[in-house]
Design a protein around this ligand. Sequence first.
Ligand SMILES: CC(C)[C@H](NC(=O)[C@H](C)N)C(=O)O
Length: 641
Amino acid sequence: MADHEDPKTGKKNKGTSKEVCGYPLSIFFIVVNEFCERFSYYGMRAVLVLYFKYFLRWDDDLATSIYHTFVALCYLTPILGAIVADSWLGKFKTIIYLSIVYAIGQVAMAVSAIHDITDTDRDGTPNNMTFHVVLSMVGLFLIALGTGGIKPCVAAFGGDQFGDHQERQRRTFFSVFYLCINGGSLLSTIITPILRAQNCGIYSKQKCYSLAFGVPAALMVVALVVFIVGSGMYYKAKPEGNIMGDVCKCIGFAISNRYKHRSKQYPSREHWMDWAEDKYDKLLIAQIKMVLKVLFLYIPLPMFWTLFDQKGSRWTLQATTMDGNFGAIVIQPDQMQTVNPILILTLVPIMDSVIYPLIKKCGLNFTPLKRMTVGMFLAALAFVCAAVVQIEIDVSRKHLTYFNLTQFVNGMNKPVNVSTSEVVFGQIEKFHYSNYSQIRNGRATFFLQSGQLSCAFSRDFGFGSSYTFFIPSTLSLGSNCQESITGAEDIKPNSVHMALQVPQYFFITAGEVMFSVTGLEFSYSQAPSNMKAVLQAGWLLTVAIGNFIVLIVAEVAKLPKQWTEYVLFASLLLCVCIIFSIMAYFYTYIDPTEIEAKFRRNVGDDDDDKNDKQRKLEMEMMKRDLDRSDDEHYKGKQTKM
Ligand SMILES: CC(C)[C@H](NC(=O)[C@H](C)N)C(=O)O
C-alpha cells in the first residue's frame, strides 16, 4: 500500500483503505498477533524451570542458569532482528520468517517433553535423556531467535500503520499493545501450569510438559496465521538501510581519526564524535551523540532486570516449597507468576490516572528518570521481602519439593495391585514395598485389588508431604480399607503459604511499572527519528545483560543460604540505584526533533546565499545546544533528571 498525502495539509496518511473508529483495520491483526505471541512466550517460560528440574532432572542452580541464559538470548537477538528488518527484508518479511523459526522451536520443545519417545522400559522416565536435552536446547535456541528477532519489529510495524493525522490513535495503540502483552502473559501463566500438572503419556502417566509446551506452540502458529491473514491491509515501509552499520562505522571513524590526530599540533574538538566530521554528515553525528548520551545512562540498568527476571526462576523454585492451597483453589508454584500481569493490568491505569496526576498536583516534577530510580528501589524492596519469606520457609522446611510422595508396604501373604485414577503403583509382591510415586495435592483415592479382594480408601495430601501406607496382613474380603490401612507421615506438608509471596510480587510489579513502562517511553522520546529501533534494541540489551548478571553473581557468590543471595541482590540494586540517581541528576532531556530540524534547516540554507561566517556561528550554537542540552523543561522544554 502506498503513502497517501493529504493535498491540504501535506500530511502522510499510510493506511487509508479501511478504517474503524479512526484506526487502520490492519492494527487489529497486529494486536491479536502480539497477544498470541506473548501467550506462547510467557506460557512456555512459566513452566520452563520446572521442566528443567523435574523432567530433565537438573539441580536448582543449573535450571536457574540455563533459564537466564535463555532469557538473555531472547533479548540479545532483537539487535539481529532490527538489522535484518532495517537493512534487508523489511519488518513484514522479518516477522513472517522469524515467526516460522519461532513456531518450529516451540514444536521442538513440545516433542522434547514427550517422555514415551525414549521410555523403552516403560517405567515413566526417559531412558535417553541426551535426546530430550539436545532437542529442548535446539528448541530454546530457535525460540530465542524468533521471539527476540520479531520483538523490535512488531511494535514498530504497528506504529507504521498510522498516518501523521493519527497521532492520538497511535498513542492509544501502544497502550493497547502493552495491555495485550500482559493479557497474553496473564492467561498463559494461568493455563500452562494447569496443563503441566495433568498426567499424560502412552505407556505411563507423567506430568504433562508436552501439553504445556504444545499449547504455546499452537498459539504461535495462530499468531503467524493471523498476521498473514492481515497481509493485504498492511502498510509495508521499505527497509531504510543498515542504520546500525552506519552508526558503528561513524563511531569507528571518529575513534580512528582522533587517534591519527593525537599529536598536540592538532586543535582539540568539543566532542570526540566531532572527529567524524571529516567524513560524515553533521546530522548523523548529532544523532549519534544523542544516542550515546542515552546509552551511557543505560549502563546501570541491567541490574534491575537481574532482579526482575528471577520471578520465573528463583521465585518459582521458592514457591515449590510453599503451600498453594487457597481453599477453593489450589495454586501451582509456576502459577504464582500470574500475579505480575494481574498487577500490571491494574497498576498501569491507576498510576496513569491517579498516582502520577496526584504527584503532579502536589507540585512535584516526577520526571521519567525519577520514576525509574523509584522503580529500582521498589525492586530492591521486593527482594528484601523474598529474603524474609525464605527465612520463614527455612525455619519450617523439612524437605525440598512440593510434590507428594507415597509408597505402600504390603504386609499380606499375597501380591496386591494398587492404583489411583492417575497413578499405577503396580503389583506389590507379598511382604514387599512399592517405589515412591507422585500424588496430586488434595484428596486422592487408592484402589486395592488382590484376587477376590477389592477395596478403596481416600486420604488428603498437603503440599510437599510424603507418606508410607501399610497394608495389614489381616486385610481380607469384606474388610473396610478406609479403616484398616494406616499411614505414617514421612515428611510433613509445606506450612508457609504461597500468599506470602504476594508482597514481593507487588513491589517488583510496581517497580516494573515505574521502571520499564517509563523506560520504554523514555527510550523512544530521547531517540533521534531514524534511530528509535536502535535505542529500543539497546533498551532490550539491558534485559539480556541483566540475565547474564544473575548467572555471574549466582556462580561467583555461591552462597549457602538462599535468603542471603536475595539480600545480596537487593543490596547490589540499591547501590546501582544510588549511582543511577546521580547520573540521572546530570542528564538533561532533549527534544530530538527540534535538534534535527535545526540541522536540516541549516542544510537547506546551504542553497541560499548565506555567508560562511553566519553559517559557522549557527552551527556552533547548535552544537552547544546538543552538548549542553541547556533548555529548561522536559518534552520540548527540557529539565534535569
Ligand atoms: C519485557 C517487557 C517489560 C514486557 N513484559 C511485560 O510487560 C511483563 C509481562 N509484565 C514484554 O514485552 O514482554
